[in-house]
Design a protein around this ligand. Structure first.
Ligand code: FES
Length: 120
């Protein structure tokens, strides 16, 4: 007698090709947080550029706010799923490069990838 085989279903096609979350956390106790490093401006720029490039929507790109992602020492940070690529950015030029290279063309911006050892 043979055992029934269990099959793992194929992963569903992601609802968004790329889903990017920006930490916008703000702390009032003096501890470092992404909001102290222009995270809101980075988020706003990303939303604007994604829309301008015609990338926004189902099957394409979604830009979302997030609370603390627990990598504050690397802030400001954003993470792209489903790839799980983390970025530490500085200014709008960095955001533009993430949009053009990663979100539009699927190529990771290596120079902005958050160093693996940086957490909270
Ligand atoms: S405050 Fe942004 S990762 Fe923690």
């Amino acid at each position: 007698m043979t055992e029934p085989t269990q099959t793992i279903p194929e992963p569903a096609k992601p609802y968004y090709a790329h889903h990017i979350f920006f930490c916008l956390n703000e702390r009032k106790n003096g501890e470092a947080s992404c909001s102290q490093h222009n995270a809101q401006a980075g988020f706003d720029r990303c939303k604007q550029q994604v829309r301008a490039a015609g990338l926004a929507g189902v099957g394409q790109v979604r830009v979302n706010k997030a609370g603390c992602l627990d990598r504050c020492a690397a802030g400001p940070v954003a993470v792209v799923y489903p790839e799980g690529v983390w970025y530490s950015y500085v200014d709008e030029h960095d955001i533009d490069e993430i949009v053009e290279s990663h979100l539009k063309n699927g190529k990771v911006v290596e120079r902005l990838v958050t160093p693996a050892h940086l957490g909270r």
